[in-house]
Design a protein around this ligand. Structure first.
Ligand code: MG
Length: 347
């Protein structure tokens, strides 16, 4: 199998303001795995805070390409979930970190598998599309006038995700509430410092039709997360504190749930394992994303039917998506009936 890749800068529709800073682009890598005339597509989306970039991904994917070349896969040999997992184990063992770069290989392998079988991936993975949750649409922090403009763009979405975690959380929520009464997922992005104040605002948020709070405290402050989770009227969901499957033990008793993102957990295979394991431990599950093309988003949508919450809006937040947009029906990403991920290039 031949792995090709190229860097791309994803242009954000609006500068993205979080508690930790602001940005206008996301580094990404588009991958293709070629095999006997078929092409599987993958993607690595690399926001700056996880330490990956075009250089790290290029050097990692060069090594991954050598591994894939050793998998000659004669035409008569069928791909299986186990075989795909074996390849990903080899890729994972190449180096620590590089989670998004690894995910770009995993996603392309899955897309290729679907194309080899000429079936949609959700069928191969035995997903139930009827269980797809609605996805939230993320609004960064902004002036009221710009927020109003963004809300118009978000009209097709039934849930709004708001980035909070600064001094003016109540003001932000009040501004949104002047524009819409849609339910809100609030993401503090590690921005809160004080437990008592966090509990107070959690109660206030619950009265504002906020449904969950994501990552209230710095990622390593699990004691504060556990303290708040024991008292909060709203579910507390781990995002930055939960990267890979192996983090599940660490966070299971400190949060009500976990936000699984393919770019953190090296792709679809581990993402599925993480969601299933989290559920079996009684945790709530959310599938999230970075700013990504349709490729990363429809890959994340594959595991969404197993989750209570979906925040897979990344391709609606960028201008230069090289793929056609996924269908959004009643606020839900629709899984394609085409083979593999069902991606189409936007010409
Ligand atoms: Mg988050």
């Amino acid at each position: 199998m031949q792995l090709k890749f190229r860097p791309i800068l994803l242009e954000l529709r609006h500068p993205f303001r979080l508690a930790t800073g602001s940005r206008t682009h996301t580094n990404a890598m588009l991958t293709e795995i070629h095999w006997h005339g078929l092409t599987g597509y993958g993607e690595a989306a690399m926001p700056p805070y996880y330490g990956e970039n075009h250089e790290t991904a290029t050097s990692f994917l060069q090594r991954a390409a050598e591994v894939l070349l050793t998998h000659t896969m004669p035409q008569r040999l069928q791909m299986t979930e186990d075989y795909l997992q074996n390849i990903m184990d080899e890729i994972d063992a190449l180096a620590l970190g590089n989670h998004a770069a690894k995910a770009s290989v995993d996603i392309a392998l899955h897309d290729l598998w679907g194309k080899m079988e000429d079936r949609p991936l959700w069928q191969l993975l035995k997903m139930e599309p009827d269980n797809m949750p609605v996805t939230s649409f993320t609004l960064g922090m902004d002036e009221p006038e710009i927020l109003r403009q963004k809300m118009l763009e978000a009209d097709d979405f039934q849930i709004i995700k708001i980035k909070i975690g600064a001094e003016n959380d109540r003001e932000i929520i009040r501004t949104i509430r002047e524009i819409t009464d849609k339910p809100i997922y609030a993401d503090a992005n590690q921005g809160w410092k004080n437990r008592e104040e966090a509990l107070e605002i959690a109660h206030w948020l619950a009265e504002q039709n906020v449904r969950i709070i994501e990552q209230p405290f710095p990622k390593d402050d699990l004691d504060s997360a556990a303290w708040l989770s024991a008292r909060s009227p709203l579910p507390i969901i781990a995002d930055e504190s939960f990267q890979r499957f192996s983090d599940l033990d660490k966070v299971a008793n400190c949060f009500h749930g976990v936000n699984v993102k393919l770019m953190k957990c090296t792709g679809i295979a581990e993402g599925l394992r993480a969601v299933k394991a989290a559920k079996s431990r009684g945790l709530q599950t959310m599938v999230g994303c970075m700013t990504e093309t349709s490729c990363g988003i429809v890959a994340a949508a594959l595991i969404a039917p197993l989750c209570q919450y979906a925040d897979i809006d990344g391709c609606w937040l960028i201008r230069n998506n090289p793929f056609k947009m996924p269908d959004l029906v009643d606020g839900k990403v629709r899984l394609s009936d085409k083979s593999g991920l069902g991606l189409k290039m936007r010409l």
